[in-house]
Design a protein around this ligand. Structure first.
Ligand SMILES: [Fe+2]
Ligand SMILES: [Fe+2]
Length: 321
């Protein structure tokens, strides 16, 4: 606890309830306490919370902190994320992965509508951890994910499914290191975050895009890289965000990289992204079945655009009984 008087009029602060803070979380904004007629800093940005301290505060009648106006957006994001439910661990993998997809979609929605804060990265890491545990238990559980979603919801569930497919492929290819899997899962969950900078009418447009609109869409990997540049995401996660639209033959964007320039983790995420796009109904396309999508990929993309080994790993997760 840090006590520090602050020169700011009391009415400029915004209230933040103590019971809005969750156990084992970090607040990425400053929290003040009102003591008589002035304000003191209680916890600086990065303060780690445990249940005991929160209970003690409430026991002593302290139920409100104060937040500076410039921290309002961060505090609001923290509060929204704190309301998201936890994944029930006792569910069977196929039910659990669907639950992770649903909670993750709500999380991604918050992410698209607010600032990307440290609290967001923590929540994404939690979800990534649950995703890895679930898929490591049964990699075929991803069969329970379908491409069903209405337009607006698509972007949110798509991100989670790409995360799940990416993890399943990586595990199937023999990766067991949890922190590496978590970097991959985070890359998958956040891969399209740059789309929050593209107008929603363009994302959901039915019919051909104009050159300007197409350029807006194609800017999303670079926008995502810019938005997450100063975050604590790892290099692997950031590479997935920036290069998930590259293709092995150099025909992708934004950098036209070829196979040698693309990390295996990025190649896996690209494959997962294509698979989910093909198996989802969108404004401009009919949903393909899992088998039609795999067949299309094998004939049109695997080898020159998409990597073969991750493709085979995806097939074995999806067709295994
Ligand atoms: Fe994308
Ligand atoms: Fe995507």
């Amino acid at each position: 606890m840090t006590i520090m008087p602050v020169e700011l009029a009391l009415d400029e602060f915004i209230q933040f309830p103590v019971d809005g803070i969750t156990d084992n979380s970090t607040t990425d904004f400053e929290l003040f306490l009102k003591i008589s007629d002035h304000c003191v800093l209680y916890g600086g940005s990065g303060y780690k919370w445990y249940r005991r301290e929160l209970t003690d505060l409430l026991k002593h009648g302290i139920d409100q902190f104060l937040v500076r106006p410039e921290d309002h957006a961060r505090a609001d994001m923290y509060r929204q994320l704190a309301k998201l439910p936890f994944v029930e661990k006792n569910l069977a993998p196929r039910e659990r992965i669907v639950r992770i997809e649903q909670i993750g979609a709500e999380f991604t929605k918050c992410l698209y509508n607010g600032e990307i804060t440290q609290a967001c990265i923590e929540k994404a890491s939690d979800l990534a951890g649950s995703m890895i545990d679930c898929i490591a238990e049964d990699p075929t559980c991803i069969q329970a994910l379908t491409g069903l979603a209405d337009h607006d919801y698509y972007t949110y569930v798509h991100s989670m499914r790409v995360g799940a497919y990416t993890v399943a492929v990586a595990i199937e290819m023999g990766l067991t290191d949890f922190s590496r899997l978590q970097e991959i899962a985070l890359g998958g969950i956040m891969h399209d975050i740059g789309k929050k900078e593209v107008p929603i009418e363009v994302i959901n447009k039915v019919g051909a895009l104009t050159d300007v609109e197409w350029n807006q869409v194609r800017s999303h990997p670079s926008q995502g890289a810019r938005l997450t540049e100063s975050s604590q995401l790892s290099l692997v996660s950031k590479e997935i965000i920036l290069h998930h639209h590259e293709k092995l033959d150099g025909s992708g964007y934004p950098d036209g990289l070829q196979e040698a320039g693309l990390l295996t983790e990025v190649q896996i995420a690209t494959l997962a992204d294509v698979f989910d796009a093909l198996t989802s109904s969108r404004s401009y396309q009919q949903k393909r079945s899992r088998y039609e999508a795999l067949d299309f990929m094998r004939h049109k993309m695997v080898g020159d655009k998409l990597a073969d080994e991750p493709y085979r790993a995806l097939v074995s997760c999806l067709v295994a009984e």
